[in-house]
Write a protein that binds this ligand. Structure first.
Ligand code: 13P
Ligand code: SF4
Length: 304
């Protein structure tokens, strides 16, 4: 089917079902174009809570749709492709986290939002890349188990006096970015500012001018006086930036920074999702109630 026909179908069904489409910045261009809201993990959470829709179609990965369902249980949350997951979220299991809690009984657990509902339910508070430092510094405990992203955890540990136990998880998309990539680009574009996502390795982050979430990178590129930027995150962001700021230059730090899970969401899958009301993301109530506490605590800090 032609894209235009698919888009018309999506618009019609959205109105009929009182649905909204929420999309992360890493999805395909055409998907972002049909979305009602495009943002980073934190703003997507807030958009889910504040939406008046009955149905949320989540153009993103599973943990994002699950988070929306945890905080907005009265809404039907659909993930158009059920296996669009985040490999990093699968790098921590409930059993392994419980073992770590036994090993460090005085530690609070801070979980990155890139985690399953079951992990959130085992955690004291959630964070996203936009608020991780504030979240960690907001809690009284001196010791913290930070799951699952070792790179984000290492970045946070530079901005707190708390003892952080890092988990060996990582995002393969950001971990693929190497310091050699940035060194080469710096030679080619010596005046460019390097904006990096905190999921990158510490060896890469030490070259960054600013370390920011995806929304933070978008905002910084607009407000900065600089006209050239090297972008250290998923490469879709570079396309977004070029479209938004056509007078500035953007260079992806690595073409390998590509999240194939986000790209699984297509226009066809969104149309199918609205036609057949699938695939519903459901979190068992006993898990949801606990996971919600961790998300609510984060949202209180971040201002809802
Ligand atoms: P943010 O949206 O919080 O910047 O995180 C990026 C990411 O990897 C989402 O999976
Ligand atoms: Fe997960 Fe990385 Fe993809 Fe984000 S970019 S969804 S952290 S694999």
């Amino acid at each position: 089917m032609e894209n235009q026909l698919i888009i018309e179908g999506i618009e019609r069904l959205k109105a009929e079902r009182n649905a909204v489409i929420l999309s992360h910045f890493y999805t395909r261009r055409e998907v972002q174009e049909v979305a009602d809201f495009v943002g980073d993990s934190l703003s997507l959470c807030k958009a889910a809570v504040n939406s008046k829709a009955d149905v949320i179609v989540f153009a993103g990965v599973h943990f994002m749709a699950e988070s929306a369902s945890i905080i907005s249980p009265e809404k039907l949350v659909l993930l158009p492709v059920p296996d669009a997951g985040c490999p990093m979220a699968d790098m921590v299991t409930v059993e392994s986290l419980r073992n770590a809690k036994e090993k460090h009984p005085n530690a609070a657990v801070v979980c990155y939002i890139n985690s399953s509902a079951a992990i959130k339910a085992e955690s004291d508070i959630c964070c996203t890349s936009a608020n991780a430092i504030n979240v960690v510094n907001s809690i009284e405990d001196r010791e913290i188990i930070f799951v699952p992203d070792k790179n984000l955890g290492a970045f946070v540990s530079l901005h707190t006096d708390k003892k952080i136990h890092l988990w060996p998880g990582f995002c393969h998309v950001h971990d693929n970015i190497r310091d050699d990539n940035i060194k080469e680009l710096r030679k080619l574009h010596p005046d460019a500012k390097f904006l990096a996502h905190p999921e990158c390795r510490p060896q890469v982050l030490r070259f960054a001018d600013r370390i920011l979430s995806t929304s933070g990178i978008m905002k910084e590129a607009g407000s900065s006086d600089s006209t050239e930027f090297i972008i250290g995150t998923e490469r879709e962001i570079v396309r977004n930036l070029k479209a938004k700021y056509p007078d500035k230059e953007f260079y992806p730090v690595s073409e390998k920074a590509f999240c194939y899970n986000m790209k699984k969401i297509t226009l066809e899958s969104i149309l199918n999702s609205l036609q057949n009301m699938e695939y519903e993301v459901h979190v068992p109530e006993h898990v949801r109630v606990k996971a919600r506490k961790a998300l609510d605590r984060m949202l209180e800090i971040s201002g809802n």
